[in-house]
Write a protein that binds this ligand. Sequence first.
Ligand SMILES: CSC[C@H]1O[C@H](OP(=O)(O)O)[C@H](O)[C@@H]1O
Ligand SMILES: Nc1ncnc2[nH]cnc12
Length: 322
Amino acid sequence: MTVSDLPTTFDEPVDLAIIGGTGLYQLECLKPVAVLPPMQTPWGATSSSITIAVFVGDSTTNHNKFVVAFISRHGVNHEFPPTHVPFRANIAAIKKLQCKAVLSFSAVGSLQEHIKPRDFVLPQQLIDRTKGIRDSSYFNEIGLVGHVGFGNPFSAKFADFIYQFKDTLTNPESTEPCLMHYDQETTVVCMEGPQFSTRAESKMYKMLGGDIINMSVIPEAKLARECELPYQMICMSTDYDAWRDHEESVTVDAVFGHLANNGRNANALATKIVKEMAKEIPEFMINGDGLKGSIKMAVATKADVMSEQTLQNIRFLFPEYW
Ligand SMILES: CSC[C@H]1O[C@H](OP(=O)(O)O)[C@H](O)[C@@H]1O
Ligand SMILES: Nc1ncnc2[nH]cnc12
């Protein structure tokens, strides 16, 4: 059976959403059972079709079916630049599919000597340096106002879960091992792009406390939080950005030079994560990681003054609240 013969609908709830970024337009470890065409949402269509894969747990556990949905952030042919990725549609689709967490992959530049190209990083903090031109909220319009807590933008429980597989990473073309970096202070800077940073900007981001830099964690992380979804980004280092004066500043060639190894490691890591989740769904996915109910409290506008259109839109995300 080829991918085009697969069903284009899937009616069961999905457990985990995976978003692939630059160089990760599909995950080989996912054997698709359905491919949904780009989903239409009140915020437009998703950036790609949605691949559905099913994993079966082992007989020692009572949980025997685990469903994963995969979306390609930039489109499968990398059509959407970071500024124009339909982030709101992507996260709304993930919510509609009833996913319980979002695992996101991203190619990043390193702002620290000890984070080498091909290392992986699980950031826990972020600095937003985008330019305010992306649609970053579902609750930022006249007639619908919401203020959502974002002090801890990532899911530490999810990161803990991923970190147990740190030894999965390999680097067969080199004697240098690939490391996974994780602590509560590790910070990703998100810039607008699409151009890379100047050397002065790169040095400033280091001074601000940045460890890695990309162009896509904002607004993805904000929107996942607005959908009460535990969210963790796995950042895959590809370059040293522009702060090292003695070296050429980052180019797309440098980034692409590491994508194959990073892609292999992403597949290996995703396989471990999904297989382990299929054996036993982690607690943070069952209880919602402390986020359940937060949006009902965060939306300040009274439902009786919301327009029919507004209600229709938020019911797409939260039919249980409005
Ligand atoms: C081609 S390098 C810049 C590009 O790479 C990252 O993409 P993604 O996060 O989707 O892996 C970065 O955010 C930029 O969009
Ligand atoms: N140096 C860099 N800056 C921003 N995004 C990136 N993605 C990969 N490398 C990057």
